[in-house]
Design a protein around this ligand. Structure first.
Ligand code: ADP
Ligand code: DP6
Ligand code: CO
Length: 325
């Protein structure tokens, strides 16, 4: 038997962050989160189920991946194969149009695309929210990449209801600018960073409290299309997440000196009347929420200030799509 599918998923950047698991096996998060899907960064992944293969193969950006990386893929594929009642090996070929493991959410677009392709080749035909409960077990943030616009990942009570739902199409002049500070692979993966934080940070209980409050507030602000509030809550929530890492043992941070310089620049631009708000994920790169109609002007200011750093504009991205089958 052979069966083929190819899918494309965009990355997403959390405005209310996911930072910590209450169940590492099932990837159940400690808090609900909310993100914006980005058009500029994405992953394309092909899956070929083939009975002639001896075992799963995983090729990323034209490189055959190590046994450790392939094992992660096998574990993920097994969730689908088990449900479909098959054991057929797969060849997975993926291309990232986003730096891999640099804090630009490659794991989100990666597992959303792979999950979508697997949903097709196994004929499971799950709707996107149900599919998100599978995709979650590849990478938590991938749940949100199944949908476009603003998306919530509800923490849920169990594996079946910890899922993603679309919140708003963000079709009201929303954009995001990325200032790439360092696109090399990070030294502490998101998974390890959040685990250390949950286990050791004194600040973690305070983080959980304010993440819950921030989520309610940002959903209200989105409903009202109150861009300033969305921006202020985003900025505050991201900073609080990074604060938890400073309270860990040993303390750590994903920031680099240039990260702080970009934050200063964003604050300065805001002081001059521009609506722009920063957030960072588990990496040194800065994402700036802005009006899409302002993005070219803001990009120029940022590029002039940081001539050596790529400054990339993105409009709002759409949900995962099947490219071929
Ligand atoms: P990021 O900030 O890029 O999401 P993470 O530490 O969360 O960083 O995840 C990076 C990991 O995600 C990689 O080390 C790899 O295991 C996995 N990954 C990235 N891209 C792909 C892909 N296209 N297909 C499968 N797995 C991928
Ligand atoms: C800071 O989803 O990459 O980007 O579930 O262990 O794969 P795993 O982690 P991942 O963590 C993302 C952390 C974050 C915040 C967010 O995207 O919500
Ligand atoms: Co990730």
């Amino acid at each position: 038997m052979t069966n083929f599918a190819k899918a494309k998923a965009h990355t997403n950047i959390a405005l209310i962050k996911y930072w910590g698991k209450r169940d590492e096996q099932l990837f159940l998060p400690m808090n609900s989160s909310l993100s914006l899907t980005l058009d500029a960064f994405y992953t394309e992944t092909e899956v070929l189920l083939d009975d002639n293969l001896e075992s799963d193969q995983f090729i990323l950006n034209n490189d055959i991946q190590s046994l450790t990386e392939t094992k992660k893929i096998t574990d993920f594929l097994n969730l689908f194969r088990k449900q479909a009642g098959i054991t057929t090996p797969a060849k997975v070929t993926s291309q990232n149009f986003v730096p891999t493991a640099a804090g630009l959410a490659s794991s989100a677009s990666a597992f959303a695309a792979l999950g979508c392709a697997m949903n097709q080749v196994t004929n499971l035909n799950m709707d996107k929210s149900t599919l998100s409960t599978y995709v979650r077990r590849g990478s938590g943030s991938a749940t949100r990449s199944l949908f476009g616009g603003f998306v919530e990942w509800q923490m849920g009570t169990c594996s079946e209801d910890s899922l993603a739902t679309p919140v708003d199409d963000a079709n009201w002049d929303i954009g995001m600018i990325t200032v790439a500070v360092n696109t090399q692979k990070k030294t502490v993966s998101s998974r390890k960073g959040m685990k250390l934080t949950v286990e050791t940070s004194n600040f973690y209980p305070a983080w959980l409290e304010s993440a819950a409050t921030d989520l309610v507030a940002i959903k209200t602000a989105i409903k009202q299309q109150d861009f300033e509030q969305v921006g202020l809550i985003t900025e505050s929530n991201g900073m609080k997440m990074h604060g938890t890492m400073l309270g860990a043992t040993p303390p750590f941070s994903y920031w680099e000196p240039r990260t702080l310089e970009v934050l200063t620049k964003v604050r300065q631009l805001r002081g001059q009347g521009w609506q722009c708000y920063f957030t960072m994920d588990a990496g040194p790169n800065v994402k700036i929420l802005c009006r899409y109609s302002d993005s070219q002007k803001l990009q120029k200011f940022l590029q002039d200030a940081f001539p050596d750093n790529p400054v990339i504009i993105s409009k709002v991205g759409s949900g995962v799509e099947l490219l071929a089958k």
